[in-house]
Ligand binder design. Structure first.
Ligand code: PLP
Length: 422
């Protein structure tokens, strides 16, 4: 009898006993092809000798030193590498242990930034419907993901949300992408004016919506117009790249493909490829300088900048940036999408196969001609996850059951070491 309070209390899980490259093996000797990298985390695949070796070396030197007393080489070097990728290289990185923490950190930075600037009323965070920013209370409060909010909607912080940018399902009646984009920007501006810009601290969005909608990029021009609105109303722009950052979509940051520079970027998952829990909040110099010159930033967890986690992250970044792994993402993604389309496009319930780089979503529909959504009493994506696992394949289910899931999909986010044969 297990004493573990499982994530899904109604499920029994196979026991993973080894993992190498694209595969995990359970205690029965069954192999699973990891086509979702866990939850889009295992960017370098499993058991990579260089990452393991870097962690061993760090554990032998200093496994952990509290960030309130010390800094360490891996923390310094990893921050340097991340900021070198940002358009504003003179930026700063605050490390944490998971994507939710990275977003909590960003929210607190936004609040304290405005408070210390003498604008304590700037507290609201605008987010988007059908978004996901994490499971801690602050991060869940700004998430528009109904299946994940449902059990505690009445106690979460209640801030304004604007519409998701999701032309496939929500914007089809607009004549063009441009018209849809203008409609969304007008809606956002109306919301800002209604709430009052003097009460809004930040706008947070995923450049490519992952778990809530199943890999949905914004229409062209959307983010640059959001950036203009944020500038005009003194609202900080937070780009949540916990899932879509660190090369997942073919560029180091997802926002690079939108032509904008956010004020903060949150990173997680692929940052240390799941070898250690690690995440980061990247901020522009002006925000960091502001804290240097005022009361400082009041925050902190026990494992901020964890040395072994940063060593894993550093090894991942060496592979990604210096050993050609990032260059593999776009071509492998393109091949993979083509192969999926070839195999599944004709299926009566496959409505859309989409994505960027190695972040791919397959959305299911009831009717291919009308794109009518699947109405299922038990969540279809979870059933597909189970069936796939029976066949030795791991894919990530999304969308919940019919009462609150807008898009029923599975997410494929394999390690970047994927080869065409997989
Ligand atoms: N933000 C996004 C976009 C995510 O996809 C996730 C997790 O799926 C999170 C935040 C939360 O990250 P974590 O589960 O590491 O706390």
């Amino acid at each position: 009898m297990t004493k573990v309070f499982y994530r899904d209390v109604k499920s029994l899980y196979p026991k993973a006993v080894s993992a190498h490259g694209m595969y995990l093996t359970d205690s029965q000797g069954k192999q699973y092809l990891d086509m979702s990298g866990g939850a889009a985390s295992a960017s370098m695949g499993h058991g990579h000798p260089q990452v393991i070796e870097a962690m061993h070396r760090q554990i032998d030197q200093v496994a952990y030193a509290h960030s309130g007393f010390f800094t360490t080489d891996p923390q310094e070097q990893l921050a340097e590498l991340i900021t070198q990728q940002f358009q504003e290289a003179n930026s700063y990185v605050y490390f944490s242990s998971g994507g939710s923490e990275a977003n909590e950190t960003a929210l607190k930075m936004a609040w304290q930034y405005w408070r210390q600037k003498g604008q304590p009323k700037k507290v609201k965070i605008i987010s988007r419907e059908h978004s996901y920013h994490g499971n801690t209370l602050g991060a869940l409060s700004v998430s528009g993901n109904l299946p994940r909010r449902r059990s505690m909607d009445n106690i979460l912080l209640d801030w304004p949300r604007t519409k998701a940018c999701y032309r496939f399902r929500l914007g089809a009646e607009h004549a063009s992408e441009e018209a849809y984009c203008s409609y969304l920007i007008d809606e956002l501006e109306t919301l800002i004016n209604k709430e009052g810009a003097e009460t809004i601290a930040a706008f947070i969005a995923e450049p490519i919506v992952g778990a809530s909608l199943g890999v949905v990029p914004a229409v062209e021009g959307y983010f640059s117009r959001v950036r203009d609105l944020c500038n005009a109303h003194s609202i900080l722009l937070i780009s949540d790249e916990v899932m879509c950052g660190i090369g997942r979509t073919g560029s180091y940051f997802a926002h690079q493909q939108e032509g904008v520079i956010p004020d903060m970027v949150t990173l997680g998952k692929g940052i240390a490829s799941g070898y250690q829990p690690l995440a980061a909040t990247l901020v522009r110099e002006e925000i960091h300088q502001h804290f240097v010159q005022t009361e400082g930033f009041k925050h902190g967890h026990t494992y901020v900048g964890h040395a072994t986690a940063c060593a894993a992250g550093l090894a991942v970044h060496t592979l990604l940036l210096n050993e050609g792994v990032l260059e593999n993402v776009s071509p492998r993604g393109e091949y993979f999408r083509k192969a999926l389309k070839h195999q599944f496009s004709a299926h009566p319930h496959v409505g859309d196969i989409r994505g960027r780089g190695l972040m791919i979503g397959i959305e299911f529909v009831k009717d291919k001609d009308t794109f009518a959504p699947i109405e299922d009493a038990v969540a279809l994506p979870s059933q597909i996850k189970k069936a796939a696992m029976n066949h030795g394949l791991i894919c990530y289910p999304g969308g919940g059951s019919s009462q609150d899931g807008l898009s029923k999909h599975i997410l494929l986010a394999p390690p970047y070491i994927l080869e065409d044969r997989h």
